[in-house]
Design a protein around this ligand. Structure first.
Ligand code: AMP
Length: 216
């Protein structure tokens, strides 16, 4: 199963990718999570990435492609993967094509999460996440059992720097300008499957399973 989860920030890609990766026994490859880990660890990559992330801009393609090349070459990615948050630009998608050709692999499906802008703003500005296990919550739609504490591992929840309203608006513009063109790129190859990103989490998950099974 080699899938891309494509959609705007806040569409629910991470939430669904985490569960389905576990269910299917493949890694969730989330570039945003990988970059946040590098930032937290204070590596050179993290220091560079942070200057882009904090203002809601994209990290340069060559940095991201290097990260993905290394990750997809790991043994656990041989059987499949869910790409979550990558590719985000046409050059990234082209680099992924070359990388998969080198690895003698091919994509099975690109799952597009369709969500309205108003809903994205509502979701992103109330979002809280666990800095330790990356679980995500929402103050209104999906609060943790104990306020401010992760249900899964007990760590104090944080608001992502880039989830402030101004930055969120900027991230949505960046998505529209740089990432949305990927819809046509993958539609043209017959790989695109659209799922509604609004509604009950379980119902959305079922729609993703159906879209992915057609490809399998
Ligand atoms: P995310 O958690 O996927 O919303 O990513 C958070 C931030 O990490 C983005 O706003 C970008 O600054 C950076 N980032 C994550 N994935 C990519 C990517 N594929 N290309 C460029 N920047 C990325």
């Amino acid at each position: 199963m080699r899938l891309i989860f494509l959609g705007p920030p806040g569409a629910g890609k991470g939430t669904q990718a985490r569960e389905l990766a576990r269910e299917w026994g493949v890694p969730q490859v989330a570039t945003g999570d990988m970059l946040r880990e590098a930032v937290a660890a204070g590596t050179a990559l993290g220091r560079e990435a942070r200057t882009y992330m904090d203002r809601g801009a994209l990290v340069p393609d060559d940095v991201i492609v290097g990260l993905i090349r290394e990750r997809l070459s790991q043994p656990d990615a041989k059987r499949g993967f869910i790409l979550d948050g990558f590719p985000r630009t046409i050059p990234q998608a082209q680099a992924l094509d070359r990388l998969l050709a080198d690895l003698e692999q091919r994509l099975d499906r690109v799952i597009y999460f369709q969500v309205s802008d108003e809903e994205l703003l509502r979701r992103l500005t109330g979002r809280r996440s666990c800095p330790r296990c990356q679980s995500t919550y929402h103050l209104i739609f999906n609060p943790p059992q104990r306020p401010g504490v992760c249900d899964r591992c007990g760590t104090a929840l944080v608001e992502r720097e880039d989830d402030r309203e101004e930055t969120v608006r900027h991230r949505l513009r960046v998505y529209r300008d740089q990432t949305a063109p990927l819809l046509d790129y993958y539609r043209g190859r017959g790989l695109l499957a659209t799922v509604p990103g609004e509604g009950a989490i379980e119902a959305i998950r079922a729609a993703i399973r159906r879209a992915a099974e057609v490809a399998a």
